[in-house]
Design a protein. Structure first.
Length: 242
């Protein structure tokens, strides 16, 4: 199986304060890998370092290329795309304009196929098609998350990194979002999913890592993590450990 992302012994600090310590993880082509853990564990920091938004020490290889050689823009152009926790939408622009901005790199290099991708996004997210002329700032929380994911898909990602996609959403919408995440794997998109909702994340992922206070506490196939007594008691509720 082709290894798409390899992170080895990653360290990230804010000044003298360490946030991520000696973290290693891998994402294979066509797989969903999740990183779960409590708030403040360093999950968002980890994604920021992989994306090149934060300085780090260690080795990050993406698509067989040392990521240190790639700027943030080059990583995006190579299909490494992050959907941030805060979604970072352009509230005063329409849904359609937000989506088209996601294809900026493709348009700049003359890729005329981006309109087909736009049609595919509207098929995957029918509510975005219904609201294509609305300002992004008028959407509900779930719709904003769909728009953030749709905008990322406009860039034709090989590896899509999702930071807390369920944050602040009602349970019914959370199930819908994770159903969409699962469906993306069938299109060949690999996913690195950072999530506090451990139950939902482990249900959809193939492999998982548990990050605590900036360090990896345990890792393994998702089914094994869900059955791990410590993980079940801490993140899934005690009933899940039985």
């Amino acid at each position: 199986m082709t290894m798409l992302l390899e992170v080895e012994r990653l360290h990230v600090a804010y000044g003298k304060v360490g946030a991520v310590h000696d973290v290693s993880l891998k994402v294979s082509q066509g797989r969903i890998v999740t990183v779960i853990g409590p708030n403040g564990a360093g999950k968002t920091t980890l994604l920021g370092a992989i994306m090149g938004l934060l300085p780090s020490r260690g080795r990050i290889a993406y698509g067989g290329v040392q990521a240190a050689r790639l700027s943030v823009e080059q990583r995006v152009a190579h299909g490494l795309i992050l959907v941030p926790e805060r979604r970072e939408l352009f509230a005063g622009m329409s849904v359609a304009d937000n989506l088209e901005l996601g294809a900026f790199q493709r348009v700049r290099r003359g890729d005329r196929d981006w309109r087909r991708t736009l049609d595919e996004v509207y098929q995957r997210f029918p509510r975005l098609a219904e609201r294509r002329t609305q300002f992004a700032g008028t959407l509900s929380g779930g719709e904003r998350q769909m728009l953030a994911m749709g905008r990322a898909l406009m860039g034709k990602p090989r590896l899509l990194m999702l930071d807390e996609p369920s944050l602040g959403l009602a349970p019914l919408i959370v199930r819908e979002i994770f159903s969409i995440v699962s469906g993306l794997r069938a299109t060949g998109v690999s996913i690195l999913l950072v999530e506090q909702n451990a139950r939902a994340a482990l249900q959809v992922a193939d492999y998982g890592y548990v990050l605590e206070t900036g360090e990896l506490a345990v890792e393994g196939p998702s089914a094994e993590l869900a059955a791990n007594p410590r993980v079940a008691a801490t993140y899934l509720g005690k009933a899940a450990a039985t």
